[in-house]
Design a protein around this ligand. Sequence first.
Ligand code: ATP
Length: 140
Amino acid sequence: MKKEYAVIGLGRFGGSICKELNREGMEVLAIDLDEDKVNEYKDIASHAVIADSTDEKVLKELGIRNIDHVIVAIGDNIQASILTTLMLKELGIMKITVKAQNDYHEKVLNKIGADQVVHPERDMGKRIAHSIISNNVLDY
Ligand code: ATP
């Protein structure tokens, strides 16, 4: 059976994940508080809904329990990101990927059981540094 995904938070990071999953033919539920963001993803995601992910009742109504992998891409509001992750864990989501804003955020996310914590700016910076070094090696 095809896996189902949900992306919570449609900023640059969450939006990019949503677009790529769609491009790969995956089923994606896109969630954001912001109506304009949700409208932007209406034709990209399988379903796009305006919702506050910190509201447990809303998450249940959305049928989030049936989703195989949820990506929490809320950036600035660390409290909302942590609370959302905690509720997804309690609802028994099998795989949760969360974007961390800083090291403390990352530590808390790991403690509450996020399966994968990513730090896009830092991780990409590391990858680019390595690619710069390897290109330099080839140049000489
Ligand atoms: P990026 O760097 O990926 O552009 P960011 O790290 O600046 O994003 P924000 O813009 O703070 O992150 O948040 C990303 C999205 O998450 C926003 O579109 C925001 O509306 C949404 N968001 C924030 N809180 C919630 C929430 N409780 N429920 C649903 N969506 C939320």
